[in-house]
Design a protein around this ligand. Structure first.
Ligand code: AHN
Ligand code: ZN
Length: 324
């Protein structure tokens, strides 16, 4: 062997050894990063479930109540503990019945300087009345909102925990909207007061993100998540991308690729007023409607299914960590 070839040969052996060494005691991380595949941390449904319980333990989180204020403080403290920079956006918002709601949107940011960002959102308030309850005498009770409110927040708190352990490539904002559910079906724009306010007054100006994902009622039993018409109108590519990824991850039974109803939810105002594409993952089936527990006294922890939390959490964790 010529001297030059010999050197090449030894370099080759050395490289082979280091590769072998790398592989033999390699973490999954090193192997998958080599294949240019990001490592996606494991979403823990038990942890997410505990975040629902933490919220419902305060009681119903109706704006202007003690439970609402204390739960807001808990959410901010938890997000800060997971390394976020948190902004409290306070606003006095007039509800359909004239009540002035002391509202508080909570915005948690990681890597706020990055222009390359995503946001996830949910509403953290619970409804003041169980007006869909079959028992008439229950209809003046507030909604506990284990699913309607707490579930979306709980999935996002678990994502926050994962982000504290492993930084994604993109910047992230978790936006917890207030005063979503203090509306009246007959009064236009009376729901989603917190998101309407945020969309007209973003926490930083100018605010931009590639897209957003809203979670609403993501912890119920026998869920069906269809692509709602508002998402398909404003952000069809994002909806198709998320539903395709969900199917690849084995959640095609809950993320059904059909067109859902036209749902006025926080994402509608984010699209319309802030002009940022945002989709909704919401338990709603055309012809069936919202889950049976919706706006009733049955929207409690006992009716939460951890498998639903896992499906949604697993999908959005992949979307976050696979984004470049
Ligand atoms: C409508 O009822 C039109 N939108 C549902 C918004 C909502 C209420 N999400 C949870 N609770
Ligand atoms: Zn509701």
């Amino acid at each position: 062997m010529e001297r030059k070839n010999l050197i090449t040969f030894f370099i080759g052996i050395l490289m082979g050894c280091s590769l072998l060494a790398c592989q033999s005691n390699a973490s999954e991380q090193t192997q998958t990063e080599q294949a240019d595949m990001p490592v996606v941390p494991a979403f823990c449904a038990d942890s997410s479930y505990a975040f629902i319980k933490a919220q419902t333990d305060f009681g119903a989180r109706v704006p202007n109540s003690e439970a609402h204020r204390l739960c807001g403080d808990y959410l901010v403290a938890t997000l800060e503990r997971y390394g976020a920079q948190v902004i409290n956006q306070y606003a006095n918002l007039r509800a359909y019945d004239g009540t002035v709601l002391n509202a508080r949107n909570i915005i948690a940011s990681w890597n706020p300087a990055s222009q390359n960002r995503l946001f996830f959102c949910a509403h953290w308030d619970s409804r003041h009345i169980c007006d869909e309850d079959t028992i008439v005498s229950n209809r003046n009770q507030p909604v506990m909102g284990a699913n309607d409110g707490a579930s979306g927040v709980a999935v996002l708190l678990e994502v926050a925990r994962l982000v504290s352990l492993q930084q994604p490539h993109v910047g992230l904002d978790i936006i917890l909207f207030d005063a979503e559910d203090y509306g009246h079906g007959d009064v236009e724009n009376s729901f989603c007061l917190g998101s309407q306010y945020w969309a007209m007054n973003p926490h930083v100006s100018p605010y931009n993100a590639k897209f957003g994902i809203l979670l609403d009622m993501v912890g119920g039993k026998n869920p069906v998540f269809a692509k709602d018409q508002v998402s398909m109108h404003f952000a069809p590519d994002i909806a198709n991308f998320v539903w395709d990824r969900a199917a690849q991850l084995g959640h095609g039974n809950v993320f059904v690729p059909t067109q859902g109803g036209g749902i006025i939810d926080d994402h509608y105002y984010v699209n319309l007023l802030a002009k940022i594409p945002c989709i909704d993952i919401i338990h709603y089936r055309e012809g069936v409607g919202f889950p049976d527990t919706w706006h009733t006294t049955n929207d409690v922890l006992e009716n939460i299914d951890k498998n639903t939390l896992y499906a949604v959490g697993n999908v959005i964790t992949h979307i976050l960590y696979e984004s470049r």
